[in-house]
Design a protein around this ligand. Structure first.
Ligand SMILES: [Zn+2]
Ligand SMILES: [Zn+2]
Length: 256
């Protein structure tokens, strides 16, 4: 009798162990030191003190400001041609300590890193964001092709784990993407801007509820801002009143 009851027990133990190994991190996502949390206190403090939070950044696009731009709170690019979004909040710069963790998550498909990255967001940034006026949180969608290849939308995997006011409704499928632009990274800003135009649309069932509302759009990486600009333009066309970008990592021209 014992052998019959033991078998499912062992199967269950093995299952739990293999799930734990694949889902729960056993090392800090930054320094790889073994410890119980997904990021160690030392790395968390280092990220917190060096993050973009502590730089004077453009209110609208989140880029660190030059000394000559600080008084105006906006970078010269946004002043010359204002983007469609109203505000950008970024956790850290792309070339910082979280880049490798993001790559492990996105390209090695290690979902445990989504947990660690969102923990950094929650510990370092969540309480710094005044989200009282935000009504909805929308992740940047992937093209169907990319979604099938990767198996998950990295922006949604992060967005669903980040802490925000309980009044904010997370809508993973409201924002849709028509198709994917090939070799986007190789193109210059104006070419990308042209290609990306009319790439997004809003699910018809969500158009009415977004009217007059304030929306936060979540992206894992912001580079030129062309994608987020097009999303904001699309959202405002259907009546969204205000668009904020919440971004995990941002490339910066200053290379900090
Ligand atoms: Zn660490
Ligand atoms: Zn700017």
């Amino acid at each position: 009798m014992a052998q019959y009851t033991q078998r499912p027990m062992r199967f269950l133990e093995n299952l739990i162990q293999s799930i734990s190994e694949s889902v729960l991190p056993t090392a800090c996502i930054v320094c790889q030191q073994y410890q119980s949390a997904s990021i160690c206190n030392q790395c968390l403090l280092m990220i917190y003190h060096n993050s973009l939070l502590h730089y004077e950044c453009c209110y609208q696009c989140g880029i660190p400001l030059l000394a000559t731009e600080i008084n105006q709170q906006h970078c010269n690019t946004c002043i010359a041609q204002a983007p469609s979004f109203d505000q950008t909040i970024c956790l850290d710069c792309y070339d910082g300590p979280l880049q490798e963790a993001l790559h492990q998550f996105k390209y090695q498909k290690r979902l445990a890193y989504a947990h660690g990255l969102s923990e950094v967001w929650n510990a370092a940034l969540a309480s710094e964001i005044d989200d009282r006026s935000i009504d909805y949180l929308l992740p940047v969608p992937l093209s169907q092709k990319k979604l099938l290849a990767r198996g998950f939308n990295q922006s949604w995997e992060l967005a669903k784990r980040i802490q925000c006011g309980s009044h904010i409704q997370k809508l993973p499928y409201a924002l849709k993407r028509f198709h994917h632009v090939e070799h986007q990274a190789a193109k210059n800003y104006s070419a990308r801007r042209h290609d990306i135009r009319q790439m997004f649309y809003i699910d018809t069932k969500d158009i009415k509820r977004l009217d007059g509302k304030s929306v936060a759009v979540f992206d894992d990486v912001m580079t030129s801002g062309a994608t987020l600009n097009e999303i904001a333009r699309t959202l405002k066309m259907i009546g969204v009143a205000r668009v904020s970008n919440w971004v995990l990592l941002r490339t910066t021209k200053l290379g900090i």
